[in-house]
Ligand binder design. Structure first.
Ligand SMILES: *[C@@H]1O[C@H](CO)[C@@H](O)[C@H](O)[C@H]1NC(C)=O
Ligand SMILES: *[C@@H]1O[C@H](CO)[C@@H](O)[C@H](O)[C@H]1NC(C)=O
Ligand SMILES: *[C@@H]1O[C@H](CO)[C@@H](O)[C@H](O)[C@H]1NC(C)=O
Ligand SMILES: *[C@@H]1O[C@H](CO)[C@@H](O)[C@H](O)[C@H]1NC(C)=O
Ligand SMILES: *[C@@H]1O[C@H](CO)[C@@H](O)[C@H](O)[C@H]1NC(C)=O
Ligand SMILES: *[C@@H]1O[C@H](CO)[C@@H](O)[C@H](O)[C@H]1NC(C)=O
Ligand SMILES: *[C@@H]1O[C@H](CO)[C@@H](O)[C@H](O)[C@H]1NC(C)=O
Length: 844
């Protein structure tokens, strides 16, 4: 196509202008079209309003023609021709393209324009290499064009293959690559990102663009992936992302604040200290908040919502303490709510165990409720969801639903998402189908009720979650009334709402659920409680998952779900760990939004400290040797008074009979003296705890194996030198112990699950050593009778009185460890568990 001389254009314009049938709006939209039908003939032309009214028509004319010819819009052309240098370059570029009269798509046009902007009117030799690469699609981004330009501009001898190399032609960076590199970057910089939260996200975009591997990635991939990863890391925005400024102001008035500050605790600082006050959580419908506050009177309402399908473990003790403790701290109420929406997995024993453990930890539910209490209300809201067009019945298989949610064949999310074919049925059809579900016309798996959420959201929790499923199972409380059961995602937020929860506190795995939680409350127009997520407590060096513990139990590796080597709360209790020790420990750890990974030995050390100030001391020997004093009469007897806890009068004291025969531990005698050995040996006397004088070896009896059976000793009651060391002893009138179980860590490594051979191969062969000949001084009976002693720790907020149970009979066996009575004990057979060692085990 050739250019029209101005006179010709003016002439055509005149014709058009005078055609009454061509309205001005027609002109406006068709002006840049290359073909305009006029009566009689097809005239090709192009022009802009500027030609019509501007005097500088001549100078822009050629540009305008060329630009509109390749497909540039009116508006854009107008913009470009304001810059003469860029216009000139673009004009040259168009003309040096292989087919100068092609129409290009928007992307190509924009890249050609980008090249023109780089050139700014300058003559650039070999620029056609770049132009060609844009036109045939090898250069795909502004960055590539810019790099290609830099190369040709600085290399007069530029050639095509070098230009391609410099501009990353053919370098494929897939979405998965981008995801991976951004994921790594975010992991490596997790702490800064968590500290800055959403305020740091714009800068993050700039940072990830600098990752060398992502240099040639399509830039539009970055933002959605960053959004998705940041959401997974930080959870949805909350008060920390909006009220920052206000908060800082408040902090500036410290003077009076310090005076009224209560004792520092996990409830007054950190995650829990930062939580909103009741009534401050935002609502879509503020009138609902008024109702809510009228009912709660502005009190804190929390809930602990376990599923009654397993035993609680140590991690739950934090959840219990966070929920019950936060409410208690603020004078509010905490529900114990059994989330019993999965009748197939629920058993009576779990309900009882959970209640019992909460009681043991010293908390009292305000009310005990069940999600199933609300099945009628939930059902009504499900129908409402359908009626407002936000719920639909889906008949897809699990596989199909996964595909719709963008699950790739390798099981990861991130593929293309698409709507369920049943998504757009009418509310009437959906309601009818849902009632069919309810009436048992569908079998399990044939129909589900799904929420109609937002498939374009980065959060998987918004991709049309299931709200109800068909389940032909008898429910322990509602019997066979229901053939459909609501899911966690549907139930949890709504029951929180029904129960007027002010703080729905859960662990970070539920972070993404917050969006669907709020979405559902809002679309159903019910009070929206605030879900907030804290980091959970994870004890390392053990396994906590139900399935894995079940295997240990079923295959006989442990004595049961409450084996003291496990970390179910029943096990921890049986081992003798006091509830106050657990609570104090969690309090010291504080609550943040990150998972707290704690080695079991750290918990042990907290338990040891707690026991140190709350238990009496007794003398026990695990492997006794009889000692007979040769230089005293048969009826020799000295009553030795020994305080139960030296330096602590409130424990009192007892008398122990020191007579002609006593017992010491086998490990306290050796045939030979060596440099580091200070206990009993021939030629080396030793002190006995609280006994005035030393004993020394006179003669040793041995059996055929060379084992010592009896030591004949001298009571050195004439001399008065201070012994180097004292050992414990047990009098002749002692108590025999059927079994002393010395429990050690069940696993050898800190991360048994990481073992390629499986965690069962990591089991410590010495995880339980049993002593069957142990003896203890008779005062044990007194301690047992006095238990639970419930000795408070001064100044502690966590003195939790226990009501009874063998595990409350706790004592320190001098030089041996802390012990408690095991539930396997009977009136005649005493069984003990070691709670913890006396000192941190140096082997670990
Ligand atoms: C230009 O005109 C052709 C033929 O009349 C038409 O198909 C095309 O859509 C028009 N383009 C624009 C941008 O108006
Ligand atoms: C392109 O130029 C580079 C450096 O000037 C040279 O090494 C390369 O061989 C050239 N490639 C071709 C295909 O001419
Ligand atoms: C929750 O508060 C509402 C008032 O907003 C009240 O009607 C309702 O009984 C309360 N729910 C429970 C379970 O106490
Ligand atoms: C909990 O600890 C185990 C190691 O025992 C580890 O494999 C796991 O990743 C930890 N969990 C979290 C959420 O950090
Ligand atoms: C103790 O020492 C004696 C001599 O020094 C030696 O004969 C004996 O074997 C040693 N006994 C042990 C148990 O080491
Ligand atoms: C006695 O000696 C034998 C053989 O040395 C040994 O196996 C056993 O454990 C010893 N018994 C005691 C009570 O130390
Ligand atoms: C007690 O025995 C130690 C050796 O353990 C010795 O050093 C000390 O002198 C003895 N004391 C008495 C009073 O005999």
């Amino acid at each position: 196509m050739t250019l029209f001389p101005t006179s010709a254009i003016m002439c055509i314009w005149t014709i058009l202008h005078h055609l009454p049938i061509i309205s001005s709006s027609f002109l406006r939209c068709k002006l840049f079209n290359r073909s305009i039908h006029t009566p009689g003939s097809l005239i090709k032309f192009s022009m802009s309003p500027r030609i019509l009214f501007s005097r500088s028509v001549m100078s822009d004319d050629a540009f305008i023609d060329a630009f509109s010819r390749i497909g540039l819009t009116d508006k854009k052309t107008k913009e470009i021709i304001k810059n003469k240098k860029v216009s000139k370059s673009l004009f040259d570029i168009i003309n040096e393209a292989p087919k100068p009269d092609s129409i290009y798509d928007d992307k190509t046009i924009s890249l050609l324009h980008a090249l023109a902007v780089e050139c700014k009117g300058a003559d650039v030799p070999n620029r056609h290499l770049v132009t060609n690469a844009i036109v045939d699609g090898r250069l795909k981004s502004n960055l590539q064009v810019s790099e290609a330009y830099k190369y040709v501009n600085s290399h007069p001898d530029a050639n095509n293959s070098d230009m391609e190399k410099h501009s990353g032609v053919g370098v494929e960076v897939t979405e998965d690559d981008v995801r991976k590199h951004i994921g790594n970057y975010i992991n490596e910089n997790k702490q800064q990102i968590e500290a800055k939260r959403y305020a740091g996200v714009p800068a993050l975009l700039g940072e990830v663009k600098k990752i060398p591997e992502l240099k040639w990635a399509a830039p539009q991939l970055f933002k959605p992936i960053i959004d998705e990863k940041v959401l997974a890391l930080l959870g949805p925005k909350d008060e920390r992302d909006v009220v920052k400024k206000e908060k800082k102001k408040k902090e500036k008035a410290p003077a009076q604040k310090e005076k009224t500050e209560p004792v520092r605790s996990m409830f007054s600082e950190g995650f829990l200290g930062d939580l909103h006050k009741p009534g401050e959580n935002p609502q879509m419908y503020p009138e609902l908040m008024k109702e809510h506050l009228k009912f709660t009177g502005g009190k804190v309402f929390t809930r602990f919502p376990p599923e009654p399908n397993g035993y609680l473990h140590i991690g739950h003790s934090k959840a219990i303490m966070v929920n019950f403790g936060y409410a208690k701290y603020h004078g509010g109420n905490c529900y114990l709510r059994f989330d019993d929406t999965n009748p197939e997995a629920e058993e009576e024993v779990y309900f009882n165990s959970i209640r019992d453990i909460i009681d043991w930890l010293g908390f009292e539910p305000w009310k005990v409720t069940y999600s199933s209490d609300y099945f009628d209300e939930l059902y009504e809201l499900a129908e409402k969801l359908i009626n407002i067009g936000k719920g639909y019945v889906c008949h897809c298989t699990a596989e199909e639903v996964k595909a719709q949610r963008g699950m790739k064949p390798d099981g990861t999310l991130g593929g293309e998402r698409f709507a369920c074919p049943h998504r757009d049925r009418t509310p009437e059809v959906n309601l009818a189908e849902f009632r069919k579900m309810k009436n048992g016309e569908y079998k399990s798996g044939e129909a589900t009720l799904r929420m109609k959420q937002d498939l374009t959201s980065p959060s998987p929790q918004m991709w049309d979650l299931v709200a109800y499923r068909v389940l032909n199972a008898k429910h322990h409380r509602t019997g066979d009334k229901w053939l459909i059961y609501p899911t966690y995602d549907f139930t949890h937020c709504l029951v929180d709402s029904f129960e007027n929860i002010s703080h729905s506190l859960c662990t970070v795995e539920f972070r993404l659920s917050r969006e669907s939680y709020e979405w559902l409350c809002d679309v159903l127009h019910v009070y929206r409680p605030a879900q907030r997520e804290y980091g959970r407590l994870n004890i390392t060096g053990t396994v906590l998952s139900k399935r894995k513990i079940a295997k240990l139990v079923n295959e006989g590796y442990v004595r049961g779900w409450d084996d003291p080597r496990l970390f179910t709360l029943e096990a921890v209790r049986r081992r003798g760990v006091p509830p106050g020790a657990i609570l104090s420990f969690i309090n010291t750890l504080g609550v943040t939004t990150s998972t707290t990974n704690i080695q079991a030995v750290r918990l042990d050390s907290a338990v040891r400290n707690y026991l140190d100030s709350t238990t009496p001391r007794l003398m026990m020997v695990l492997d006794p040797i009889k000692v007979e004093l040769v230089n005293v009469n048969d009826d020799f007897k000295e009553e030795v008074e020994i305080p139960y806890k030296p330096g602590d009068a409130k424990f009192g004291s007892r008398k122990v009979s020191f007579t002609k025969t006593i017992y010491i531990d086998r490990s306290d005698y050796r045939d030979n003296v060596s440099a580091e050995y200070f206990r009993l040996a021939p030629g080396q006397s030793v002190g006995l705890m609280k006994v005035p004088f030393n004993i020394s070896v006179v003669k040793v009896d041995k059996d055929d194996n060379g084992n010592v059976t009896k030591i004949h000793a001298k009571y050195e009651n004439e001399e008065h030198k201070k012994p180097k060391t004292y050992i414990q002893w047990v009098p002749e009138d002692n108590l025999k112990i059927s079994e002393v179980r010395i429990q050690n860590q069940l696993f050898l490594s800190e991360n048994p699950l990481a073992l390629p051979e499986g965690y069962l191969k990591d089991i410590n062969p010495d995880s339980e050593l049993v002593y069957k000949n142990a003896i203890i001084e008779p005062s044990f009976a007194e301690i047992k009778a006095k238990s639970p002693m419930n000795i408070p720790i001064e100044g502690s907020e966590f003195n939790i009185p226990e009501k009874g149970g063998p595990y409350t009979v706790r004592f320190q066996a001098l030089r041996v460890g802390y012990f408690c009575m095991d539930k396997d004990s009977t009136d005649s057979d005493l069984v003990l568990n070691r709670i913890v060692t006396l000192k941190e085990d140096s082997k670990k």
